[in-house]
Design a protein around this ligand. Structure first.
Ligand code: VG1
Ligand code: CO
Length: 543
């Protein structure tokens, strides 16, 4: 075993996006590519000497090989120890928990989340800091700068470590702990939720289907829902993580989790349907015949969280990303707590969670979480829903109807235009920015603009300013549109158009979301000039 330094030239474009560095798997598999990025992380954090890290990923193609490489680089950079999930597996929230519980200096999470996996699909690496949360912007900037200045990386020439066996081994001077990926996460869940009440719910005949989408939550959901909480075998489906997620998109929304949606809308629907994404940080909640939008789910969880032991003293505050609907704002107002509006991406919640200013956070993209870790957490959200259902004795549909009746309803939908040539996408967005101050008072397809701006965020805790975080356009009558470019794609640009219309008469039957949002959609298509700029008005995916 020898430590070597391999001289290399910098790679282009190793700039972490909304959630880590995501590229085509083959890009990561190029000689020295992963190594260069990982070394850049070590360079950006002042080296690895004496430090400890968590390493694990969502089980996609290249996960194990990348884990072995990072272990060797960590050892050569002088790390004192690493904690690795068995077989290289760790869900994102479980990795966050391990970083916090063990007080490590951070962690590497190998995932491209909901993006498909496989040699011709996507791979990703995320570095999380010592608080367990995604590297904040200052750190990702330093990582990118380091990646542009790099001239070599340190690595141990050594055999692969056996990651199949739980226990301790060493590599040079570095200690490697291979841990059960589920165990300490499960203990944390037991502390937050009333497992007896949920067990009684299942024992009383409550039925559920959890679709793990062939991704990392399979082992977590099987251990917790079936083994600990007594849900019958077969409750968790697609429970074995596979390298290509069974050929699908492990993205828990009505499009990619269609079999689950179909079941929930059928006569055979169980009481609750739920799903999670590749790395286990997203969630979908659907009751019998009743889909809950992620923005609504955040609001309903905020309104009911006190029913779970971990939140019995109430919430310090809530936070949502800017494109997320204002449904949780209404709840915060009623509870008399603060509601923060942050840019897209979990890294912006970290300071609020660390400072104890927010307890629950959420995003319209099916991410919900709390201060128990510093990531969004799919299974946590499902367990909180179960705890609330057990405590209230109502169905998902009943809770949803009652919520809308009390708070009104934020009709909401996201339209994604994928693989748009970057120049066209940029021209569309820039075309609005140059006119943004002139928009108020103008009408498009019969709807008048009230206000419009480009969102910038001043972090209330550390005062950092993040600019260019998306366009917000408010129309008369309580409608809002948001436009931004995705920061997680690997091909061209993805334009995200978020449509929202608040109606205080939320419980009135017969309002389909598409129908309520149609006038707003027409207004934005005209205002932004979708047809002129990108040659189409129909999105690839509507969620
Ligand atoms: C998307 C979502 C964002 C989420 C991010 C990472 O980012 O919109 O809300 O935080 O993915 O989630 P973007 O920049 O593509 O819109 V995950 O589960 O992919 O780590
Ligand atoms: Co994810």
């Amino acid at each position: 075993m020898t430590k070597v330094t391999v001289n290399i030239a910098p790679f282009e474009g190793q700039k972490p996006g909304t959630s880590g560095l995501r590229k085509k798997t083959r890009v990561f598999m190029q000689e020295h590519y992963l190594e260069a990025f990982v070394q850049s992380v070590f360079d950006a954090i002042g080296g690895g000497d004496g430090k400890r890290f968590v390493i694990g990923g969502d089980g996609r193609y290249f996960n194990v090989q990348a884990t072995q490489t990072i272990i060797r680089i960590a050892a050569a950079n002088g790390a004192a120890g690493v904690i690795v999930g068995q077989n290289g597996l760790l869900s994102t929230p479980a990795a966050s928990n391990l970083i916090r519980q063990n007080g490590t200096d951070g962690g590497f999470i190998l995932s491209a989340s909901h993006n498909p996996g496989g040699i011709d699909e996507d791979f990703g690496v995320k570095f999380n800091a010592a608080n367990g949360g995604p590297a904040p912007e200052g750190l990702t900037t330093r990582i990118f700068e380091a990646s542009r200045a790099i001239n070599g990386y340190h690595i141990l020439r050594a055999d692969d470590v056996d990651l199949g066996q739980i226990g301790e081994v060493s590599l040079g001077n570095m200690k490697i702990e291979v841990v059960d990926p589920v165990a300490s996460y499960q203990v944390l869940m037991e502390q937050l939720f009333d497992f007896d009440a949920i067990r009684a719910l299942f024992a009383g005949g409550f039925t559920m289907r959890f679709d793990a989408m062939h991704a990392v939550t399979g082992p977590y959901a099987t251990a917790i829902l079936q083994e600990a909480l007594g849900a019958p075998e077969g409750t968790v489906v697609n429970a074995v993580p596979s390298e290509d997620f069974g050929g699908g998109h492990p993205d828990p929304n009505p499009i990619w989790a269609k079999p689950l949606m179909d079941l929930m809308m059928s006569d055979d629907a169980p009481d609750l349907g739920a799903a999670s994404d590749g790395d286990g940080d997203r969630n979908m909640i659907v009751g019998r015949g009743a889909y809950v939008t992620p923005s609504d789910s955040l609001a309903m969880l905020a309104a009911n969280a006190h029913l779970a032991p971990g939140y019995k003293d109430g919430l310090a505050g809530v936070a949502r990303s800017m494109p997320t609907s204002g449904a949780c704002d209404k709840v915060a107002e009623k509870l008399g707590i603060a509601c923060f509006e942050t840019p897209t991406g979990w890294k912006f919640f970290g300071t609020l969670l660390d400072a104890g200013r927010a307890t629950l956070c959420g995003e319209e993209s099916a991410g919900t979480g709390s201060d128990h870790v510093r990531e969004k957490d799919g299974l946590w959200a499902v367990l909180l829903w179960l705890n609330i259902l057990a405590a209230r004795g109502l169905s998902v549909a009943e809770i949803q109807e009652a919520h809308w009746a009390e708070f009104g309803r934020n009709y909401y939908s996201r339209h994604d235009f994928e693989a748009v040539p970057e120049v066209e996408a940029t021209a569309l967005v820039d075309g609005i920015i140059t006119r943004i101050d002139d928009l108020p008072g103008k009408s498009f397809a019969g709807m008048a603009v009230e206000k419009a701006d480009e969102f910038a965020y001043r972090d209330p805790i550390d005062n950092t300013l993040s600019e260019h975080q998306g366009l917000r356009i408010w129309f008369q009558g309580g409608a809002r549109a948001v436009l931004r470019l995705s920061g997680t794609g690997t091909e061209g640009a993805t334009i995200r158009l978020y449509l929202e219309h608040y109606r205080s008469d939320g419980s009135i039957e017969g309002h389909s979301t598409a129908a309520v949002l149609e006038p707003l959609r027409q207004a934005v298509l005209e205002l932004a000039g979708f047809q002129q700029h990108i040659g189409r008005v129909d999105p690839d995916v509507i969620t």
